[in-house]
Write a protein that binds this ligand. Structure first.
Ligand code: BGC
Ligand code: ZN
Length: 385
């Protein structure tokens, strides 16, 4: 079967290759689930992997099949799988457990191991291919009514983890009624973070560099968020008018902003950092002032990466609520479909250069066609039995 892969360590090595089709029996104890991939979203991580700045091949292979934002349909399940059935729409989690205590209790996103395993990113092949097999523990069911936006679940799980962690931390305050939030970055993650915070009833200001109006600022307006460009007015100035913020979600990929965010965080506030910054940038910061604000204001800053199953499940609920509260909004994030795996070069080009792209994703197979074929096979099977 076809797979979009890279040679880790070799820049611009993205290519299409033939790989063996996985079998349900690849997972032990009759616990395999074979999934036909329908759509796969791509993001900055895939861009970095193709630039050879990130990512590693599984042991024994010199290539890595990329793609970690999956959406698919179950085609076959092993004898001991009761959780999922043929025809279910599903999304797979990204990380797989290592050895730490956190991994053993299902919170592999909190691993303390130095090595982490992530499908499509690090040491495990991903989903930009025709089929994958995995165990039901790592596969989350998506309701039929969400299939048109199911490919957004993985990025949603990442912001859900950050937000849930923030609320969990704030239980220290006994009573926390956050009113105002700032989201730094207005790309896919910034938009989804704003969306999830709006669903929780917060006033949200999102910040980006682009001068409004543009698609993303319009989209923010449609869910009752506001948008400010930091091109002319810095974060500190904006915050004077709209802040201070009870919660700040940082998702720009530009680490110097973290220290500005620390300065505009309100008393008892929480700052969530989610940007994976692989570079080596350093800056000078007003250390005394930031420290004093944190000490006298009892503030918290927390880093967040990845998401375990729990956050995918919360994501399903938020996407469902979102479709009711803001009908049609999520679909507008799916700006750049790519027709098939063969068009992997177009996919990379869109990812690196497309203006106005929110989510670039590959249509690996036709949703309706796959569903129909599975139904036909199921009815043939029931007639013949
Ligand atoms: C993925 C996460 C992953 C992180 C670090 C992100 O793009 O969405 O699942 O943990 O990269 O590799
Ligand atoms: Zn990602």
């Amino acid at each position: 079967m076809k797979a979009v892969s890279v040679i880790p360590g070799k820049a611009n090595s993205v290519h299409l290759r033939d790989v063996p089709k996985p079998k349900v029996s690849d997972s032990p104890n009759g616990r395999g689930v074979l999934v036909r991939v329908l759509r796969v979203g791509v993001d900055g991580t895939d861009k970095e992997i193709n630039a050879a700045e990130y990512g590693a091949a599984p042991a024994g292979d010199d290539y890595l099949t990329i793609g970690h934002e999956s959406f698919g349909i179950v085609e076959e399940v092993g004898a001991n799988v009761a959780e999922l059935a043929k025809g279910d729409y599903v999304v797979a989690t990204v990380r797989r457990p290592g050895r730490s205590l956190y991994d053993t209790i299902g919170t592999y996103d909190m691993t303390t191991d130095d090595v982490y395993y992530e499908r499509g990113i690090n040491l495990r092949h991903g989903y930009l291919t025709e089929y994958y097999v995995d165990e039901p523990e790592y596969i989350v069911k998506v309701p039929q009514g969400l299939k048109h936006v199911g490919v957004l679940l993985e990025p949603t799980s990442v912001i859900e983890k950050g937000i849930v962690q923030a609320y969990e931390i704030q239980r220290r305050l006994r009573v926390w009624h956050p009113k105002r939030a700032a989201v730094l970055g207005a790309g896919t993650i910034g938009l989804l973070a704003t969306f999830a915070l709006r669903l929780r009833g917060l006033e949200v200001c999102a910040f980006g560099r682009t001068q409004p109006p543009y698609l993303n600022s319009d989209l923010l307006g449609q869910i009752g968020g506001c948008y400010h460009s930091t091109k002319n007015t810095g974060l500190a100035e904006c915050a004077k008018e709209h802040g201070p913020y009870d919660l700040i979600f940082e998702a720009t990929g530009y680490s110097p902003l973290v220290f500005e965010a620390m300065n505009v965080l309100g008393k008892n506030g929480v700052l969530v950092l989610s940007s994976v910054t692989g570079g080596g940038r350093s800056i000078e910061v007003p250390a005394d002032r930031i420290n004093l604000g944190f000490v006298l204001g009892n503030k918290v800053v927390v880093g967040t990466v990845n998401a375990n199953r729990e956050y995918f499940e919360i994501g399903v609920k938020d996407l469902s609520q979102g479709e009711l509260q803001y009908p049609g909004w999520l679909s507008k994030l799916l700006t750049h479909p790519v027709k098939s795996l063969e068009n992997y070069q177009e996919m990379m080009n869109l990812l690196t250069t497309a203006k106005g792209a929110i989510k670039v994703y590959v249509e690996v197979a036709q949703m309706e066609k796959e569903q129909r074929e599975i139904n036909v096979r199921a009815s043939v099977a029931s007639v013949s039995s």
